[in-house]
Design a protein around this ligand. Structure first.
Ligand SMILES: *[C@@H]1O[C@H](CO)[C@@H](O)[C@H](O)[C@H]1NC(C)=O
Ligand SMILES: *[C@@H]1O[C@H](CO)[C@@H](O)[C@H](O)[C@H]1NC(C)=O
Ligand SMILES: *[C@@H]1O[C@H](CO)[C@@H](O)[C@H](O)[C@H]1NC(C)=O
Ligand SMILES: *[C@@H]1O[C@H](CO)[C@@H](O)[C@H](O)[C@H]1NC(C)=O
Length: 224
């Protein structure tokens, strides 16, 4: 090996190290959404081609975050989303459906999640690993079952936010983050549940910081 090629190797290594440091993050938020709380809004929703998704929490995304509450986004515009790499993950169609109008195009939703969030953890999880790990985490916590075990049902009634949080904490073993939105008539409702995952994407952890809650004392849990 010539000196110049050693020099180039060293340079490349240094650049990689700098890249890794600058692209680092502290943990992931794993975010699930209640479809009923998207479809009953003023904006409404559109079902994917496969039809109405199950009445179950579905995945919104796996988002790299910093301990100081901010987060990186769109970390690598060159890293293109490739749907064909996910052909063995067909269960994404049911657990990670797009409810966005007008298209109901799942692929477009996943591409957005990859471009905005996935590219920021690419040095830990490549595209296939990123989506697969997200599905694996989802399989490990059945939010709906946990809530139903404590009598909290998607029946359009109001529940105290404290009882929802406590049920989830007991069932999961970690405190959840909860986000609310408003239905078409302006009532506050349970919208998203945030859990935290350590950097390699494999294990749930206690959240270093919880997202700021924007819920009233009592919120609706709408049917879907
Ligand atoms: C939060 O921490 C990250 C990583 O250390 C840093 O790049 C970012 O500037 C910080 N943001 C704020 C608002 O402090
Ligand atoms: C769905 O979205 C993907 C990614 O943006 C795009 O390539 C594809 O053409 C879209 N399909 C339809 C039917 O619009
Ligand atoms: C809801 O999703 C969980 C995975 O998070 C799954 O185990 C459960 O069977 C689903 N329940 C229903 C009613 O579809
Ligand atoms: C839930 O609470 C809101 C605000 O207090 C109220 O307007 C709404 O009618 C309640 N919904 C039900 C089903 O009791």
């Amino acid at each position: 090996m010539s000196y110049s090629s050693v020099f180039v190797k060293l340079l490349t290594l240094q650049c990689l190290v700098i890249l890794c440091v600058s692209q680092s993050f502290d943990f992931f938020y794993f975010v699930q959404q209640w479809p009923g709380s998207i479809c009953d809004t003023k904006r409404s929703c559109c079902y994917p081609k496969a039809g109405k998704p199950a009445a179950n929490f579905s995945i919104h995304g796996l988002w790299p975050n910093y301990n100081n509450r901010s987060w990186p986004s769109f970390c690598n515009r060159e890293s293109l989303f490739d749907h064909s790499k996910l052909s063995d993950l067909s269960r994404m169609q049911t657990t990670w459906p797009s409810l966005i109008c007008p298209s109901g195009n799942n692929s477009k939703f996943w591409k957005h999640e990859w471009d905005k969030h996935g590219t920021c953890s690419e040095f830990v999880l490549d595209q296939h690993q990123y989506f697969e790990e997200t599905l694996n985490i989802k399989d490990r916590v059945d939010l709906l079952q946990i809530l139903q075990n404590e009598g909290i049902q998607p029946d359009g009634r109001n529940y105290s936010i404290g009882s929802i949080e406590e049920a989830l904490r007991r069932g999961i073993g970690f405190a959840p983050g909860i986000k609310c939105n408003k239905d078409a008539s302006g009532n506050g409702q349970l919208h998203e549940i945030y859990l935290c995952v350590e950097k390699t994407g494999s294990k749930l952890i206690e959240c270093p910081v919880l997202p700021r809650r924007n819920c009233a004392q009592h919120v609706e849990f709408p049917a879907f």
